[in-house]
Design a protein around this ligand. Structure first.
Ligand code: ADP
Ligand code: MG
Length: 248
């Protein structure tokens, strides 16, 4: 059994009358890639938001490296090395790739307001090496807004890595990307996990992608945890098949 880096236990979260997450318990092992799938509206993004401190939960506990974080705010949790990306890309279109990277310097190293904090030579080196890592070296001086959507996703991933996360939550990283470019992104996610040891927890809409990426997959449906297991177990679980096909 691997060490657990994130322990979500009996977590519930409502928005007014809508129960988005109900009594969810998931353990994420350190150093692995874990998947989170489920139909639209099943509560996946809400769970990520709860983990990284975007909103308070109604009940349950969330422990990161044994420490209760469910009462902490986003910045505090980020400084522990736990970060997320969003379903919508959040890059600065009017800045080039390098500038986008530099404004993503390690949150853990910020003592002052980010705007007062000048980049160091090391920051430039790290920005360049990560842009190279995601294959954007030749595009790094172009305005980020002029990059293709897939390239913007790669840049966003590099920006997240700039913070040296120990664990990264990725919300539908391949959404909207041309199928031919998806393989390249998957390859980089795997490389970040293997080469940098970043624990990944990935929401993914594309079944083929998550089966190929994750060692263990958790399935949400209607705000509840429906099933957990290996890709093979999930693929053959009649409850999962029903959740995906039942409504159509
Ligand atoms: P998923 O990411 O699996 O598509 P979400 O977590 O985004 O699901 O949404 C789960 C449920 O919570 C949905 O019914 C959605 O409409 C509702 N919801 C999500 N965010 C909010 C919000 N900020 N305010 C009110 N309801 C929300
Ligand atoms: Mg979502």
């Amino acid at each position: 059994m691997s060490e657990i880096i994130l322990e979500i236990k009996n977590v519930s979260k409502s928005y007014g009358g809508v129960i988005a997450n109900q009594n969810i318990s998931i353990n994420v092992p350190k150093g692995k890639i874990t998947g989170l799938i489920g139909p639209n509206g099943s509560g996946k993004s809400t769970l990520f938001g709860s983990v990284v401190g975007n909103h308070p939960i109604n009940s349950g506990t969330i422990k990161y490296k044994g420490k209760e974080i469910s009462h902490m705010r986003v910045g505090e949790i980020a400084r522990l090395g736990l970060l997320r990306t969003f379903q919508q890309t959040r890059i600065y279109g009017e800045m080039d790739g390098v500038k986008n990277m530099l404004i993503s310097r390690p949150i853990r190293h910020h003592n002052l307001m980010p705007s007062f904090h000048r980049p160091h030579k090391d920051d430039y080196e790290k920005a360049n090496s990560l842009l190279d890592f995601v294959g954007l070296s030749s595009k790094k001086h172009l305005l980020a807004g002029s990059l293709s959507f897939g390239q913007q996703k790669l840049l966003e991933f590099a920006m997240a890595l700039m913070n040296e996360p120990e664990m990264l939550l990725l919300d539908e990283p391949t959404a909207g990307i041309n199928p031919t470019l998806i393989n390249g992104l998957i390859d980089r996610l795997k490389a970040a996990n293997e080469e940098f040891g970043v624990t990944l927890f990935v929401i993914e809409h594309n079944m083929r992608v998550i089966m190929n990426l994750a060692e263990e997959i958790h399935v949400l449906a209607n705000g509840k945890l429906l099933s957990s297991g290996s890709p093979e177990e999930i693929q053959n679980d009649p409850r999962v098949i029903e959740a995906y096909l039942g409504g159509h």
